[in-house]
Design a protein around this ligand. Structure first.
Ligand code: NAD
Length: 240
């Protein structure tokens, strides 16, 4: 393994967004990460705020040295942050959902050169839910499997990345999941996985009531990933 930096230097990508603001606030409370740059789509109104330099995504090539980036942006913003991480040899934690297949392939190629950890959901509860779903799906062969997800009305992708990840685990257990999406109000994120058989039904439900859950998980991942060998890491590698 390469030498771990003493306190990993962190770049936050998508800092002006809902997740970015949560990441920024929670990162300031940690002593195992040092935020050195904040990046979002548009040119910042202030270059330096609370001692932290801000950049537009078009200025990524000029950001200071960093060891790990945490990216919670949109699919349209993903390619430049991946490129700069590879150029700088920095690790990448990405929570951005709705990536195109070409972008997922590029992430796979990047993992030959840098450490990457991408997850559609950084909550511990969802990690456990995935295990439960696979177990239920394999025990309930032939039952209908339906995944219903609800999110705030600004969310762009549907079904959510989390719903698709849960569905992939259901498929591993032998189910053929169907999806339904609701976009309403300010819902942070709710997922119900329903298994329906003749005369009975199981519902597994996860409700996130605060974005801090995801931000904490992603920051924990960043501290864990910085300085690791190139490769594609999973949340479960970190939890084991
Ligand atoms: P948001 O719309 O509030 O913020 C998006 C951020 O991305 C902003 O800072 C914006 O400036 C930046 N951005 C948008 N387009 C860009 C571009 N072309 N180039 C550079 N930056 C760009 O969104 P949000 O609610 O904070 O969610 C951000 C992402 O995180 C979404 O993809 C969402 O689905 C995902 N998400 C993942 C998890 C998880 O646990 N993995 C949890 C919540 C949200």
């Amino acid at each position: 393994m390469s030498q771990s930096p003493a306190v990993p230097r962190l770049l936050i990508h998508g800092v002006s967004g809902r997740m970015g603001q949560s990441l920024l606030r929670l990162a300031a409370e940690r002593d195992d990460l040092q935020v050195v740059a904040a990046v979002s789509r548009s040119k910042p109104s202030q270059r330096v705020l609370d001692g932290l330099p801000y950049f537009a995504s078009s200025e990524l090539s000029g950001v200071p040295a960093f060891d790990v980036a945490v990216d919670f942006s949109l699919a349209a913003g993903f390619d430049p942050i991946l490129t700069v991480c590879v150029q700088r040899g920095a690790a990448l934690v990405s929570g951005t959902t709705g990536l195109e297949s070409a972008q997922r392939e590029a992430l796979g190629r990047a993992a030959e050169r840098i450490a990457v950890l991408s997850a559609a959901n950084f909550s511990l509860g969802v990690a456990v839910l995935e295990e439960l779903i696979e177990r239920a799906a394999s025990a309930l062969q032939g039952w209908d499997c339906d995944i219903v997800e609800s999110h705030h009305k600004h969310k762009l992708d549907a079904p959510s990345g989390t719903a698709l990840a849960l569905g992939a685990r259901a498929e591993q257990g032998g189910a053929q999941p169907r999806y339904a999406s609701l976009r309403a109000g300010d819902i942070v994120g709710e997922h119900t996985v329903q298994f329906t058989g003749p005369g009975e039904r199981i519902e597994l439900v996860h409700r996130a009531t605060s974005r801090d859950v995801f931000a904490r998980g992603a920051l924990h991942a960043a501290a864990w990933l910085a300085g690791r060998e190139p490769g594609r890491y999973q949340l479960r590698d970190m939890l084991l």
